[in-house]
Ligand binder design. Sequence first.
Ligand SMILES: NC(=O)c1ccc[n+]([C@@H]2O[C@H](COP(=O)([O-])OP(=O)(O)OC[C@H]3O[C@@H](n4cnc5c(N)ncnc54)[C@H](OP(=O)(O)O)[C@@H]3O)[C@@H](O)[C@H]2O)c1
Length: 233
Amino acid sequence: MSLAGQTAVVTGGGRGIGRAVALALAREGARVALAARTLAQLEQVAREIRKEGGEALAVATDVSSAGDVAALFSASERTFGPVDVLVNNAGVVARRPFVELSEADWDLQLDVNLKGAFLCARAALAGPTGMLSRRRGRIVNVSSISGTLGTPKLAAYCASKWGLIGLTKALAAELSGSGVSVTAVLPGSVDTEMLVGSGFAPDLGPDDVARVIRFLAAEAPEAMTGSAVEIFG
Ligand SMILES: NC(=O)c1ccc[n+]([C@@H]2O[C@H](COP(=O)([O-])OP(=O)(O)OC[C@H]3O[C@@H](n4cnc5c(N)ncnc54)[C@H](OP(=O)(O)O)[C@@H]3O)[C@@H](O)[C@H]2O)c1
């Protein structure tokens, strides 16, 4: 098991892609802290992991809140030790014609999809037991193929996902040689709750995305830092 003894934080770990990622990392031996707002879903995934012999912790978290993110990383470190792997997967979408997009719609998508990743990455990297001090760590950001193109009725979502690729590349460049790698995955349409009502047919399942993230978190060469890996077909 290539992640034996390591600790992973997976945001949006209560369902969909995050659930599949949490299970995949736990199967590689990682102890997994699961973060999202709906505690009951996190606890269900934690039970699934424990049933397979793994270790998991459910922490109710809004990733757009700096206070919640600080509490998540403290709880994770207290229970499992310092974080080795961070998967920034939490995300929301609001499909609206551009002129009907409210300021609240805009703020929510940018706050969860982009600021949430910033807050979690900063919490994982900083401090005496952070990835930078320990000179080890892997951060994987779940962007989207919508981070490479423009999709009608998804202006704020696209902006957040293009932004997440920018964050990935800037951070990877800044951390080059530090022992910490930063990558992004860019899935097409994945068969999850988020896709319901989108009008898109699924191209792939959550486990397909989880396989790629498992590789980036566990095996990928350091030279892949900064990569934005399309899973699109
Ligand atoms: N499905 C697709 O076609 C597709 C394609 C490309 C990329 N993606 C990306 O993949 C990621 C996972 O999406 P999914 O398809 O698995 O959708 P999903 O089933 O709706 O899952 C989204 C997860 O994010 C969590 N979340 C939402 N807001 C949050 C917040 N403020 N703080 C913490 N957690 C929050 C949700 O839990 P709570 O609601 O309980 O907080 C849930 O666990 C997203 O970043 C999405 O943009 C999805």
